[in-house]
Design a protein around this ligand. Structure first.
Ligand SMILES: Cc1cc2nc3c(=O)[nH]c(=O)nc-3n(C[C@H](O)[C@H](O)[C@H](O)COP(=O)(O)OP(=O)(O)OC[C@H]3O[C@@H](n4cnc5c(N)ncnc54)[C@H](O)[C@@H]3O)c2cc1C
Length: 532
């Protein structure tokens, strides 16, 4: 006999787990079905090389919503975020830019490059905080439908309009610019130091198939600025034990609330009868039934793989088919015998405890994108490096290190050859690029894991390896995510909900989609639709 639950959550990524935790806390009998043997999706820790624990995909956290940390009491379940101190950008001419979380030190460092930029940096920081304060309530809001006359939607739209009107004029202009401009153009208005602009603009292209000069990237800059740890804007940190620690803490909170989590339980199909979701069928043929199905995987898997096309309206299907993934990122995870030594600032100082950014100039960044546009991985890529062992030694044997290198651009669709053929050459390119700044690197590598966009797709299910379950471009955000008219976590199939990063407010280890979807599902109950 098929097992019966109140709700089935497809996918044990961090959003699926948040979703299940909130439903279970509301007293629902919930099961999470995860395809892999390890929880967390793109937020996992795995011991790929004996003794070395890699945050295989995502590696730093900042966007995780404080209300989720509080509601689920995640520190009690093992969540511990350790601060990541600053960003160090080595330059090929032997100089560097090193910004830290200490305001006065960063100011002195910027003055070394440009007195004007040191002044502007403070103003810029204040302005971005004002923008974040404006946008932040949207992260906790179920998007309104602008085409609706429903009082609930009109109230939200009026709230947004009123907030916009109450902004000081400069903030208003800044906000419009952020929504429309490229990261590079936006930063050009503020700064003159090229390496500063190059490094800052990197936040605008992470996870996108766009260059720093492509319109729309200024918004992604803001998205990454928005993180919050203990209430401090813009601080990024490591999760002790790797990013899997975050997923495990959420999983533990979900289990404590009564959720069941089944590993190695791949969903093959969503059962639909008379336009209503009734449960799922696993790849092995087992049926599991529930009056609510919440899919935390992306729209391509949910609607094009798990459901027969005849169950869905054709215009909706057309929109899903047009939803843009366009994965552009890869990762190289290294096990090291010692620390890399950077020529421009030698020794194992504090500068390598934070992020190390290979983004020496704006031209370098834009050229990296040029190759990707024509189906090649960047031969001189942008790389965001962290060495978590300097903050959390528990992830490697004593005296050894783990180094995580996030790389762009690695286009999912290659013009020639396959990623299986080009994987190791891509890894070599990344290592060669870093070696130009830290020549001892090749000698200290004990082992490596090269992750291509195809590997991201194969392992996590993220279509085309897009790290955010779909591009964070403006036409796919807020009331347009994943598609216009279906941004409220609901779908054309009754009682089938979406709860992953493909829904508002998008990707990153944030948990917001999972929580907001749970709140929407629980509303269903009060209308009598949630039959328990
Ligand atoms: C290389 C990389 C680097 C990143 N770096 C960062 C970073 O440093 N900081 C940050 O905040 N964000 C980062 N991100 C983005 C962030 O990790 C993701 O946006 C987020 O983890 C997505 O979470 P999710 O729960 O929505 O989806 P996912 O993590 O994709 O979870 C979906 C889950 O569904 C499972 N699944 C798939 N198919 C099935 C099936 N048929 N049946 C059952 N289960 C299934 C998958 O195994 C997976 O566990 C990165 C992502 C990648 C890939």
């Amino acid at each position: 006999m098929a097992k019966q639950y109140d709700a089935i959550v497809i996918g044990g990524g961090h959003n699926g787990l948040v979703n299940a935790a909130y439903l279970a806390r509301a007293g629902k009998k919930v099961v999470v079905l995860e395809r892999r043997h390890v929880l967390g999706g793109a937020a996992v820790t795995e011991e790929i090389i004996p003794g070395f624990k890699f945050s295989v995909f995502s590696y730093v956290v900042s966007l995780l919503r404080p209300e989720i940390i509080r509601d689920l009491d995640l520190p009690r379940h093992g969540l511990e975020i350790l601060p990541l101190d600053g960003t160090f950008t080595p330059k090929p001419d032997g100089d560097y830019l090193w910004r830290v979380n200490d305001h006065a030190k960063t100011r002195r460092e910027l003055e070394r490059h440009s007195k004007l930029d040191a002044e502007a940096y403070e103003e810029f920081g204040k302005s971005m905080v004002a923008m974040c304060r404006f946008v932040k309530p949207l992260l906790g809001m179920i998007p309104p439908d602008p085409t609706s006359f429903n009082p609930r939607d009109l109230k939200k739209l009026a709230f947004l309009g009123k907030r916009f009107q109450s902004l000081p004029p400069d903030d208003m202009y800044n906000l419009v610019q952020l929504m429309t401009m490229s990261a590079a153009d936006f930063l050009d208005q503020w700064f003159e130091t090229d390496v500063l602009k190059a490094t800052m603009s990197a936040s605008g292209i992470i996870g996108t198939f766009l260059g720093i000069r492509s319109p729309g990237t200024a918004y992604v800059l803001l998205h990454h600025y928005m993180g919050e740890i203990d209430g401090a804007f813009r601080s990024w940190g490591f999760s002790r034990g790797g990013t899997g620690g975050i997923s495990n803490a959420i999983g533990s909170a979900a289990r404590e609330a009564g959720a069941e989590i089944r590993m190695e339980a791949p969903v093959a199909r969503i059962l639909v009868k008379n336009g209503e979701a009734r449960g799922v069928v696993l790849e092995g043929g087992e049926e599991i039934l529930a009056p609510i199905v919440s899919s935390s995987v992306d729209p391509k898997l949910t609607f094009l793989k798990f459901i027969e096309s005849r169950e869905l309206p054709s215009d909706f299907l057309d929109e899903v088919k047009q939803y843009k993934f366009r994965g552009s990122s890869g990762k190289v995870n290294l096990a090291l015998d010692a620390l890399p030594d950077f020529t421009c600032l030698p020794g194992p100082g504090r500068h390598i405890r934070g992020a190390i950014s290979i983004s020496p100039s704006t031209e370098y960044m834009e050229r990296a994108y040029d190759q990707a546009k024509y189906g090649e991985y960047s031969h001189r890529p942008y790389i965001d490096i962290v060495i978590p062992t300097l903050t959390d030694p528990s992830v490697a044997p004593p005296g050894k290190h783990v180094m995580s290198c996030f790389v762009q651009y690695a286009p999912y669709k290659l013009a020639s050859g396959t990623w299986d053929e080009q994987r190791e050459a891509f890894g070599d390119t990344v290592i060669n690029t870093i070696s130009e700044y830290a020549p001892n690197l090749k000698k200290i590598i004990i082992g490596r894991q090269v992750v291509t966009p195809l590997d991201i797709e194969r392992t996590t299910g993220l279509s085309e390896g897009n790290i955010f379950q779909g591009a964070l471009s403006l036409e796919q955000l807020f009331f347009l995510r994943p598609v216009a008219g279906w941004a409220r976590y609901r779908t054309p199939i009754k009682n089938l909900f979406m709860s992953g990063s493909a829904t508002h407010p998008g990707g990153g280890i944030m948990g917001a989609p999972g929580r907001l979807a749970a709140l929407e599902i629980l509303k269903q109950k009060s209308k009598g639709g949630f039959r328990v």
